[in-house]
Design a protein around this ligand. Structure first.
Ligand SMILES: [Zn+2]
Length: 137
């Protein structure tokens, strides 16, 4: 973990070693503009503790994040927007430090584009899956 933190670009941003356009900050969270935006106002909200995936971050840090994403959405004036958080390279995570995107969707051309490959299923399978997941929580 220590080595990953030393080379982590977001940990360096948190420490001020790499500049960013800061938008909001609390004891546990930092928000700043994405430098490769999908639309105007595209921002990132990150926990100040290093963790690669959502499951690596303590709950009290996670609960600090969404209210800031909400404030960003309001401040940008975005009427439509996506809150996105990817986990793992295969799931399109580019930086190995948990980050939530707040991406305004001003029109069909700008912002996040999504492919949504729905699978066929049946209600019995869904019911069994729901029971299985609930039994592990
Ligand atoms: Zn980090």
């Amino acid at each position: 973990m220590a080595n990953k933190m030393a080379s982590c670009i977001f940990c360096k941003i948190i420490k001020g070693e790499i500049p960013c356009f800061r938008l909001a900050e609390t004891e546990k969270t930092l928000a700043f503009l994405d430098i490769n935006p999908l639309s105007q106002g595209h921002a990132l909200v990150i926990p100040k503790v290093h963790g690669e995936k959502l499951t690596d971050i303590p709950d009290d840090h996670l609960t600090d994040i969404l209210p800031i994403a909400k404030k960003l959405a309001l401040a940008t004036g975005a009427h439509e927007y996506n809150i996105l958080q990817n986990n793992g390279r295969g799931a399109h995570q580019e930086v190995g430090h948990v980050h939530f995107h707040m991406i305004p969707k001003p029109n069909p051309q700008e912002g996040l584009g999504i492919s949504w490959p729905q699978q066929k299923t049946d209600m019995d399978k869904l019911k069994a899956l729901a029971e299985e997941i609930k039994s592990k929580m």
